[in-house]
Ligand binder design. Structure first.
Ligand SMILES: C[S@@+](CC[C@H](N)C(=O)[O-])C[C@H]1O[C@@H](n2cnc3c(N)ncnc32)[C@H](O)[C@@H]1O
Length: 207
């Protein structure tokens, strides 16, 4: 058995498992592996899922927060409904997105923000990577606006230019930060997940 075959087989394995277990994406297993390691979710949590289509992460998050929890998912694309989830069509880089989220939380606090948002792959790695960092920074800015103190954050980002700066931005807003590559990520992928645990809320004071 060649190494290449083994790699392809393993990843087909996640694809097949996703189909067999009713997940909308193989990415659902990445979130489960992240949660197994870092205990991101608790029953009853409200979760904001950025770049949520087709809904695999939302399905996995719903399992972890249970029926007393809620997932609010946003994507440029339409997402088919799920019980205990609210799906919104929108662009996370739009200024109005926080108001859109607040309309649906109705004052309840968000405990977890997750973002698997990724640009359309152009084939130009430098461009794709820069877009990925921009989406990750956008997700972090949103998390800082909506997360309750001590909340958690998970975000995908492609490694490369400005990755270190992005990590530094996560580091100053969370008690702990980690980088993690789940087994379900493709072996040759440059994606990495950055995890922020224990959000430190900074209050703005005006004179
Ligand atoms: C890898 S997919 C997410 C898969 C999802 N986590 C799942 O498990 O089903 C990345 C998503 O990011 C979305 N996306 C990219 N840029 C976005 C933006 N500016 N606003 C909202 N969604 C965006 C894409 O439309 C795409 O659906």
């Amino acid at each position: 058995m060649s190494k290449q075959w083994q790699i392809a087989h393993k990843h087909d394995g996640y694809y097949k498992r996703a189909k067999a277990e009713g997940y909308r994406s193989r990415a659902a297993f990445k979130l489960k592996q992240i949660n197994n390691k870092f205990k991101i979710f608790r029953p009853g949590d409200i979760v904001l899922d950025l770049g949520a289509a087709p809904g695999g992460w939302s399905q996995a998050a719903l399992e972890m927060v249970g029926t007393s929890g809620l997932v609010i998912g946003i994507d440029l694309e339409h997402i088919n409904p799920l019980e205990n989830a609210i799906f919104l069509e929108g662009d996370i880089t739009d200024n109005g997105v926080v108001d859109l989220i607040n309309e649906h939380t109705k004052g309840s606090e968000i405990q977890v923000v997750i973002s698997d948002a990724a640009p359309n792959i152009s084939g130009n790695y430098g461009l794709d990577q820069a877009r990925s960092v921009y989406l990750a920074e956008t997700a972090l800015d949103l998390a800082k606006k909506v997360l309750k103190p001590n909340g958690n954050f998970v975000v995908k980002v492609f490694e490369g230019v400005d990755f270190k700066e992005f990590l530094d931005h996560v580091k100053i807003s969370f008690k702990t930060y980690k980088r993690f590559s789940p087994q379900a990520s493709r072996t040759r992928s440059s994606e990495i997940y950055v995890i922020g645990l224990g959000f430190i809320k900074m209050f703005k004071y005006t004179l």
